[in-house]
Structures are given as structure tokens and as C-alpha cells.
Design a protein around this ligand. Structure first.
Ligand code: ADP
Ligand code: MG
Length: 696
């Protein structure tokens, strides 16, 4: 038998069970079975004494005698309580239903062994529904161990497929299986003191103690992380080897100097550091593929501009892509302003650019007159022809899946440098798994004198209080964003939701004293744009919208962000929304409004978001709370591995090691010619990775 053998022919399986195992647990081969890890182990390695059970958290095995039964019947139901004693103390065993057989099977006075989770109440111990067996019978089959338990769907239990069944199968496998080839190179195993694969697989099911279990898991986690990094690192190394990058050898030249003088502030240390990293890339002769992370308001636009100017100074064109028209326009306005008094020619191209203007822009792009082109994703989709595009900047990366990124830089000898910017900070571990083919820069500092946004949580019954605060602020000339949650399932419900919201606000903020603008998904882009523009021109004090304003619009005069039904948002989204205020010099607020009763999870999110404004801290908490699959908070989450064991919130160290090993290995042998088993395994993984990679 080897790992590819079908389990169908193992003793006790047969066609019926084999079909069920395949259908419900995707277990088809011995390998699948080996990788069906237990979700917990029950400590049956020793017997505990009733007076020295350490905690409530573990299952314990206890020998003793039943000395009494008592049946209690109340309105809420009936239960059976047994008095159970060992040499040292007394405990209660409780059954709530279907217990008629118990008294018959275990008459008073009989010796039994129980296994269960204790609960403590004052000084007494009790067990609810423990496993129970006659002492002699139990001891006959007893092998001291940590007993693996598997999660099994109810349906399978009907066919006697349960933890015990899986255990028996695995024991048989381990007795009969030949060698299991370890794909990991021996020197990596040695360097990190890992178990060989066969041992790890054995011990994750049948460890002698918790220490061994931990080591078995460590090895298998290493595999998960290592194989997740291999293809990403391979992509990166291949790109470095095959794609040449333009060399922007002129440094701080003409345009950069002029623009620098135009700035009315000095760059932060973090901005300078990141620009240096970009500079190193663009003179390296290799194509830059860099992800720039920086919290909302950390000043990424300026970095983007100077990166583009590195190209422009060297006679190349640059382009900046934003996810929405509004944002593209805003970048255009800002960058044009910063570049005034220079000869840099900047143009804006979006879906709503008029045909005549478009023709002109395309012409000037092709003949090289335009230096910087700003626009939406349509820029690349339409394959706009540049004369010599040297660098591309993409704002708000989370909307770009790996596959789309791959499309961006189709292989050719020379490719433009690429800088991707994201305002959703993600922990390092996620950055490495999601964007492991990129280099990462971080702006970890906000420009000085930024106002801290005060975040306050109001329950529905405090709404009036909140509205009165808002009125005071409006009196001082401030503007307000109100965000209603987007209902993805139905456009109709969505519209209804926002219309009702509008009604509510109009009641408390009546015309003509107040004026409200509403933006919603059924408006055309042009309508939305014009509404935003009117708000920017201060034609209304309140802007109601669904999350359309999420991605980065700058309205410095808006100082209040009201998030309705804040309990429905993920941490990342709340943080993003909050980042829309506090952009000017005035004191700013984020008001979260929720129903009075909140789930524990929602309450925790609200607590986190009101206690810190640090995006990286929030991202880390988010990862801990929800796991990587949902970290994005938006529906566009990119690229997630479904690790069985590794946890990105706590395995940063192991991930770094795995990545480093992957890197060193591929650097020497990028096609893994000397590692056929590794290559084979990588191919399996790569398929899965592509499956997991959703295109946002
Ligand atoms: P984001 O990183 O969210 O894209 P922006 O680039 O829009 O941030 O910058 C936010 C604001 O901070 C802008 O008004 C910008 O002019 C300003 N800013 C950027 N860098 C600095 C700096 N070093 N000092 C002061 N203000 C800065
Ligand atoms: Mg921005």
C-alpha cells in the first residue's frame, strides 16, 4: 500500500462507505485520509484523580464507582444524576435524555471508567454526558494515548463512519504503508529541526504527548506555508530573470526639482524611505513590482507622483489608475495643482471623456506629448497606446486579483515598472501570502499635525443626542457624510434602504435650513459625479450614500462620518470609511450607530474601532478575529489560501522561515530540476492556488 492507494479496498471500507467518504469528506486515497486531520485530541494517556483535575479545558479519564442514582423531573425536562466516587473525591455525572439504559447497564456499585470534560461548581466536579464503560472491559482494550477526534457529518454517522472508524482505518494504514516520500529537501528539514513527513503524519493523528503533537503540526504547517510561497517566489524570480526593466538613471532631475519646490510641506521620513526603495528598483535594470501599503491619509499620492516623475525625468511616460472616475478626477486635480508652473503635460482619460477629447488624448499619448495619464482601469483594458510607458501606478489595489495583475504585465522583454498602492493595511503574513510575488513598502507614519478622528458609538436610542451634536457642527460650517450599508443581494432593497434613510434624515434636518444630497447605486456615474461635485462645492451639508465613498474621495471640509448599522461592517471597512474624515485641519468625528442589542462579535469590532486609529493594529485584530478569508471586509477579497493548520495571525515566524527557504532554493534551482518530488507536489498546489484565486 502506498499513499495513492484507494481507500475503497481497505478492510472495513467497501464501496458504500468509500462513496460516502469521498462525497462528504473528499477522502479517496490513503493520502487524503492521512491529511484528514483530527480537530482535537482527548488525553487518554493517563488517569486523573478527582481531587487533582487541573482545569476545565481538557477531557480527562477517571476510574471510579457509581454509588447512587437520582432522577430529577422539572418543567424544563428531566435528568439523571449519578454519584461517582474515586479514592479521593466525589463527582456528579449528569445525563439529560435517553438515559434509561444507563442505570440498567451500570448498576449501583459497579466500577466504571469515564471520559469527559469536567465542570467545576464551588468545590464539586461534574461531568455532562461523558463516555462511560465498565472498568474491566475498558482496560482490556486500553492503550494509553492522546485520542484523535475527527469532525464527521451526521449523515456519515448513520453508516457507522465516526471517529472510531477513522482511527481504526488510520491504524491499519500506518501498520501497512510503505515509505512515504518526503518532498522537502533534507537540509531544510534539518535546519528547522522538523519531523520527516511520515512521522509528522503519524504523530498528528497519534501523538504520544502534546509536545510531539505540536512538533507534528509545526512540520505540516511549514509545508503549507512553504508550498504557498514556492509559486509566488518562483513567479517573482522568473520575472526578475526574464523581464528587463527600464533604467531611470537620471536622479532628481529637472521635473522632480520643480515639483518639489511646489510642495507646501516636507515629506515624512516614511515617504522618503519608500521613495528610496522605489528609486533602487527603477535603477536596478529589473522591472519594479512593488506594493505600497499606507494607511488612509498617509500621503501615498505624493509618493506616486514622485515615482512617476522618475520616469518622466528620464523621458518616459507614466500612468496612474484609480478604481473610480471620481477618484481619478481627484488625482488629476491634485496632481495638476502640484505640477503647476511646469511643462509636464497631464491628462485625464475616463469612460466619460468626450470622443473628440479622447481622440486628441490618444494621439498625444502615441506621439509622446502627454507625460502623465490619469484614469480608471479602462486605461489598460482598452489597450491605450503609449509612446513609451515607463511606469504604471495603481491606486487601491484590493480590487485587483493576482490574475489581473498577471495580465497587466504580460511578458515581453521590457515592461513598465509597476507600483501598486493600497490603503487597506494588511499584516505582514497576509501580504506575503496574498502578494508574495511583490516587494512590499510601508508608509508607517502620518504627516504631522493630523487631527485624530474621535470615534463614538451610539445606540439607536441615543440617536437624538447624536443628531444634536451633528447640528452644532453644521452650524459651524462643517459637512457630514452618512453611510448606509450596501445590500448586495438586491438593488431594490438597497434603494429602499437608502430612501428610508434619506427620509429619516430629512425629518431631523429639514429644508430649507438643511440640505441633503443622496448618492446611490442606481445613479449613473455622471449623476454620482455631479452629486459629489455639488457636495464638494458645499451646496449641501449632508451627503447620504451607500459605501460608494469608500475609496478615497477627499472632502477636507467634511468632519463627521456617520456610519449607520455599523455592526454590519468589517473592521477594515469601518476603518476605511472613517478615513474619509479628518483630512482637513478641523476636529473630526466618526459616529457609529447600531441597534441596542449587538452580537458579541459586533461589540468586539466596535470596541476595537473606537479604541484605535492605527490601521495595521486594526488589520491584525481583524485577522485574529476572522481569519484571512474575510480580512478584506469588501466582497473583492483577493487571494486566500485555505490552510488547514497554519494560522496567519500567529505563524509569522514560520512563514518567514518557509519563504526564505523557498527563495534560497529557487534562486539556485529555479525549475527544481534536482527536486522532482518537490516539483510534483508544487504542481498539485499550484492548481489549487489558481482555484483559490478569485478575480475581484
Ligand atoms: P492617501 O495615502 O490616503 O492617498 P493622500 O496622498 O491623499 O493620502 O494624502 C492625504 C493628504 O495629506 C493630502 O492632502 C496631501 O496633500 C497631504 N500630505 C501628503 N504628504 C504630506 C506631508 N508629508 N506633510 C503634510 N501633508 C501631506
Ligand atoms: Mg489615496
Amino acid at each position: 500500500m502506498d499513499i495513492d492507494s484507494p481507500i475503497r479496498y481497505l478492510p472495513g471500507v467497501g464501496p458504500k462507505k468509500a462513496d460516502l467518504l469521498e462525497k462528504y469528506l473528499q477522502i479517496k486515497t490513503v493520502e487524503d485520509l492521512l491529511y484528514y486531520f483530527p480537530f482535537k485530541h482527548i488525553d487518554k494517556s493517563k488517569f486523573y484523580e478527582l481531587n487533582s483535575i487541573p482545569t476545565e479545558d481538557i477531557h480527562v479519564l477517571v476510574k471510579g464507582r457509581i454509588i447512587d442514582y437520582q432522577e430529577i423531573v422539572t418543567e424544563r425536562g428531566k435528568r439523571l444524576i449519578a454519584k461517582f466516587v474515586d479514592k479521593y473525591a466525589i463527582a456528579e455525572i449528569i445525563w439529560f435524555n435517553n438515559y434509561e439504559w444507563i442505570q440498567k447497564f451500570f448498576p449501583i456499585g459497579c466500577e466504571v471508567v469515564i471520559c469527559g470534560k469536567p465542570s467545576f461548581f464551588f468545590n464539586s466536579v461534574s461531568f455532562v454526558h461523558p463516555e462511560i464503560e465498565h472498568h474491566d472491559k475498558f482496560m482490556k482494550n486500553y492503550i494509553p494515548c492522546l485520542e484523535p477526534n475527527y469532525s464527521i457529518p451526521e449523515k456519515l454517522k448513520e453508516y457507522s463512519i465516526n471517529s472510531k472508524f477513522i482511527r481504526k482505518l488510520l491504524l491499519y494504514v500506518f501498520e501497512n504503508i510503505g515509505e512515504i516520500i518526503d518532498p522537502l529537501p533534507q537540509d531544510i528539514i534539518n535546519r528547522h529541526n522538523l519531523y520527516p513527513l511520515k512521522d509528522a503524519l503519524k504523530y498528528i493523528h497519534f501523538p504520544d504527548n502534546y509536545e510531539i503533537l505540536k512538533k507534528a503540526k509545526e512540520r505540516l504547517k511549514f509545508d503549507e506555508l512553504f508550498f504557498s510561497q514556492l509559486p509566488l517566489v518562483k513567479l517573482k524570480i522568473e520575472r526578475n530573470n526574464t523581464i528587463k526593466g527600464y533604467v531611470f538613471y537620471k536622479e532628481n532631475d529637472y521635473y522632480t526639482k520643480i515639483v518639489y519646490k511646489n510642495l507646501h510641506f516636507t515629506l515624512t521620513k516614511a515617504q522618503i524611505k519608500v521613495l528610496q526603495e522605489i528609486r533602487n528598483d527603477v535603477v536596478s535594470g529589473k522591472q519594479m513590482n512593488r506594493l505600497l501599503q499606507g494607511d488612509v491619509g498617509s500621503g501615498k499620492t505624493i509618493v506616486a507622483l514622485f515615482a512617476m516623475l522618475m520616469g518622466v525625468d528620464n523621458g518616459y511616460q507614466a500612468c496612474l489608475m484609480a478604481p473610480t472616475e471620481i477618484l481619478a478626477k481627484q488625482h488629476f486635480v491634485n496632481i495638476t495643482e502640484i505640477c503647476k508652473n511646469t511643462e509636464i503635460k497631464i491628462s485625464l482619460l475616463t469612460g466619460s471623456t468626450k470622443p473628440k477629447e479622447r481622440t486628441e488624448i490618444l494621439e498625444n499619448l502615441a506621439n509622446g506629448t502627454i507625460n502623465i495619464l490619469i484614469g480608471t482601469h479602462a486605461l489598460i483594458e482598452e489597450r491605450v497606446q503609449f509612446k513609451n510607458l515607463g511606469i504604471i501606478v495603481i491606486d487601491e489595489q484590493q480590487r485587483f486579483g493576482v490574475a489581473q495583475r498577471a495580465q497587466l504585465w504580460k511578458k515581453s522583454e521590457y515592461e513598465p515598472h509597476i507600483l501598486i498602492m493600497t490603503a487597506t493595511p494588511i499584516p505582514r503574513t497576509l501580504a506575503l501570502t496574498q502578494y508574495g510575488d511583490l516587494d512590499v513598502s510601508v508608509i508607517d507614519e502620518l504627516p504631522p499635525h493630523r487631527v485624530q478622528v474621535k470615534t463614538i458609538h451610539f445606540s439607536e436610542n441615543q440617536r437624538l443626542l447624536m443628531f444634536n451634536l451633528v447640528k452644532q457642527k453644521i452650524k459651524q460650517g462643517d459637512q457630514v457624510f452618512v453611510v448606509f450599508p450596501l445590500i448586495y443581494e438586491s438593488e431594490k432593497l438597497n434603494l429602499q434602504n437608502i430612501q428610508e434613510g434619506e427620509k429619516l434624515y430629512k425629518k431631523f434636518f429639514p429644508e430649507p435650513e438643511y440640505s441633503i444630497i443622496t448618492v446611490h447605486g442606481q445613479m449613473s456615474t455622471a449623476e454620482k459625479d455631479s452629486a459629489m461635485q455639488r457636495f464638494l462645492n458645499k451646496e449641501a451639508q449632508i451627503l447620504i450614500s451607500t459605501t460608494v465613498i469608500e475609496v478615497g474621495v477627499d472632502v477636507p471640509n467634511a468632519t463627521i462620518m456617520i456610519i449607520e448599522n455599523a455592526e454590519r461592517y468589517g473592521l477594515a471597512q469601518l476603518h476605511q470609511l472613517r478615513g474619509r474624515v479628518g483630512r482637513g485641519k478641523k476636529e473630526s468625528y466618526c459616529f457609529l450607530i447600531t441597534p441596542v442589542n449587538l452580537s458579541k462579535e459586533a461589540m468586539k469590532r466596535i470596541e476595537i474601532i473606537t479604541s484605535t486609529t492605527n490601521g495595521f493594529e486594526i488589520a491584525q485584530k481583524d485577522l485574529e478575529m476572522r481569519g484571512p478569508g474575510e480580512i478584506d471586509g469588501t466582497l473583492q477579497s483577493g487571494y486566500t489560501f485555505n490552510f488547514k493548520l497554519a494560522e496567519l495571525s500567529s505563524n509569522e515566524n514560520l512563514l518567514s522561515k518557509a519563504r526564505e527557504e523557498a527563495y534560497n532554493l529557487l534562486l539556485v534551482d529555479k525549475d527544481l530540476i534536482n527536486y522532482p518530488y518537490l516539483l510534483q507536489k508544487l504542481k498539485q498546489w499550484k492548481n489549487e492556488i489558481i482555484d483559490w484565486c478569485k478575480i475581484g
